[in-house]
Design a protein around this ligand. Sequence first.
Ligand SMILES: Cc1cc2nc3c(=O)[nH]c(=O)nc-3n(C[C@H](O)[C@H](O)[C@H](O)COP(=O)(O)OP(=O)(O)OC[C@H]3O[C@@H](n4cnc5c(N)ncnc54)[C@H](O)[C@@H]3O)c2cc1C
Length: 369
Amino acid sequence: LILINRKKYDIIIVGAGIAGLSTAYAASIAGFKTAVIDLNDPGSGASGTPMALLNPATGRKAKKTWKAEKCLNYTKQLLSSASNYTREKIYIENGVIRPALNPEIAEQMFDTFKNSTWEEGWVKWLDDGEISSGFPGLKGNGGGLWIPKGITVNMKGFIRALTQYLESRGVRFYLNTQYEKKSTTSYQINSPSELLESGLIIHCTGMGMTTDPTWNSLPLHRVKGQTLTIELSSTPKFKSSVSSIGYIAQSTINRNSIVLGSTYEHHFNHLEPDSDGAAYLINRMGKTMPEIHQNIITHTGWSGVRVTVPDKKPVAGGHPEFDNLYTLCALGSKGLMLGPILGKLLIDQIKGIGAVPELFSIRRLLGET
Ligand SMILES: Cc1cc2nc3c(=O)[nH]c(=O)nc-3n(C[C@H](O)[C@H](O)[C@H](O)COP(=O)(O)OP(=O)(O)OC[C@H]3O[C@@H](n4cnc5c(N)ncnc54)[C@H](O)[C@@H]3O)c2cc1C
């Protein structure tokens, strides 16, 4: 006779990356009894990139992202709460400089900047002279956008600290765990006797979403990227991080180290970092910061896969067929800007006190809007 140990939760979240943990944060604040399941450790997917930028101006033209000031401030709240649960430095408010890649793009970026409304003190246009005096060694190429509010995040440290913080709030984690879906509302964990039940399941499995038949109707696309953590023979000449095609992030851990990162491979046949990826990143960096080339002692690689949809906007909402099933996924390259706020909006929607904007809905992708 096997005694089944049933555990009831208001919400079970599957996936402990930035999407799942942000949703768990909002769920716990809303008073829901919450569990998080992951096949691996938290941050073992795309969210485990060594350093990442919380950057409110992205893309080729450094366009202002959706409700940028509000989103960045909300993520900052999470960073600040999580930082009380670690001795590691998990973020630095060092600003982001976004030099243009060539004069033509500089013109487009300048137009975009002029035509968008930013709160006072959020961005400033710099000409080539201002870039070279403020950021020695960086190529301007016709100007660039200075984003003093940009933040550099030690993602592994952040995810670890956020997990601890959530545990302290009563969120229960089932990690490194195999599970079996018993019904649309229950999961059997590891031992045959433990059954987790909930009337509400939220899938935040990142790349896992692309192979889950439940979500076949979503046009999800995987993009692989790599990072290189580089040890330098001398300290970089300025403290801000750089966003260009990909980024050069200052390290929160070691002032003589930087992290180069980019997601760009739409077709790939393995998931590991490789020498082609390293060469690509170093070559890219050389175009933005030519001198640093001579300064590299060693580098180590990491790779990850982010998920996106054709309009490149995240997806948050209820499954088109199953009432009790939701997702937050496809955060693309804006995991830090949009993951936390969308976790909150999804929980507000579930509580009936708000709604995920149509822009991020599942319905828009199914041609129903
Ligand atoms: C190289 C690189 C650089 C990046 N740089 C930035 C940046 O500078 N700024 C930024 O904002 N974003 C950046 N991103 C994007 C960002 O990392 C992603 O948008 C974000 O991490 C996605 O989070 P997620 O929680 O949706 O997915 P993930 O972090 O991939 O999390 C998914 C989780 O689900 C788990 N899982 C998967 N399948 C299952 C399953 N079947 N059952 C249980 N658990 C499962 C995984 O183990 C994992 O923990 C970068 C991405 C890469 C790859």
